[in-house]
Design a protein around this ligand. Structure first.
Ligand code: ATP
Length: 250
């Protein structure tokens, strides 16, 4: 992958007391790639995401995004700069329709932009139009007017991704988008992420190796808070250090 650098961390660290959940992580994410973080349980993947989105303040290191140092910027400002993380099902408005959920997510983004650039929201873009574009993209057309709570689990997870898209991000962060999904829904989500990779830069945390290997451009393997190996799927698949990190967990 040879796109411009969209996100970069240097020496990223998050310590809880003496324990470093993230321990000196250097990540470079290039525009237009699907960049996946894998690693055994407790490797520090989710904590790394928290540091990127601003939910946690790193105890050391820097985060640069879209040409700016965002290490100390609040989460809303990062959304406004174009970083969007998938929400959890628990944050969908269960009684509101799919379309209303997406409209609200699109609206929330303008508030975030105002904050990021220190200026008030001046125009009123058509948030319903954004919602409808996403509904098409997710192929939820037949269900746009159903309450989100009436969707199947798999469809709700797809809608979560849609909520993140409503922010019209440069970088989309997806933390285990297939977790808890039935075997029938997994290919739908996999195809969706693969397609999103054409238009967005995607950072993914995923445990399902067949998904990881089939859609990632770059894989970063984390182990005990550090980067163990990084490279394209073929390189990672055949790396002995990766194999033993996973086996060591058993
Ligand atoms: P999984 O695949 O199981 O989700 P992960 O790679 O996402 O794992 P993290 O959730 O980032 O791992 O956790 C990394 C380590 O940090 C774990 O050992 C975890 O117990 C620890 N940890 C996470 N949050 C806290 C906290 N608030 N206080 C102390 N330790 C924490």
């Amino acid at each position: 992958p040879s796109g411009d650098i969209l996100l970069q961390t240097t020496g990223l660290e998050l310590a809880y007391g003496a324990f470093k959940a993230v321990d000196g992580v250097d990540l470079t994410v290039r525009q237009g790639t699907i960049h996946t973080i894998i690693g055994p349980n407790g490797a520090g993947k989710t904590t790394t995401f928290h540091c990127l989105t601003g939910e946690r303040r790193p105890t050391a290191g820097r985060v640069r995004f879209a040409g700016q140092d965002i290490t100390n910027r609040p989460p809303e400002a990062r959304v406004g700069l174009g970083m969007s993380r998938s929400f959890q099902i628990t944050s969908l408005f269960q009684t509101l329709s799919v379309r209303e959920n997406l409209r609200l997510a699109a609206q929330g983004r303008d508030g975030a932009r105002a904050l990021a650039f220190w200026r008030p929201v001046t125009s009123r873009p058509d948030h319903l139009k954004v919602a409808d574009e996403i509904i098409d993209r997710l192929q939820l057309g037949g269900r746009a007017h159903l309450p989100a709570g009436e969707l199947s689990h798999g469809q709700q997870r797809v809608l979560e991704v849609g909520m993140a898209l409503a922010a019209r991000p440069k970088l989309l962060l997806l933390d285990e988008p297939t977790s808890g999904m039935g075997i029938d829904d997994i290919p739908v989500m996999t195809r969706l992420i693969g397609e999103l990779g054409h238009d967005y830069t995607v950072m993914l945390i995923e445990h399902n190796m067949s998904i990881v290997m089939s859609i990632s451009d770059v894989i970063t393997v984390m182990h005990q808070g550090r980067v163990l190996v990084e490279g394209p799927p073929d390189l990672v698949r055949n790396d002995d250090r990766v194999r033993s990190a996973y086996l060591g967990e058993a």
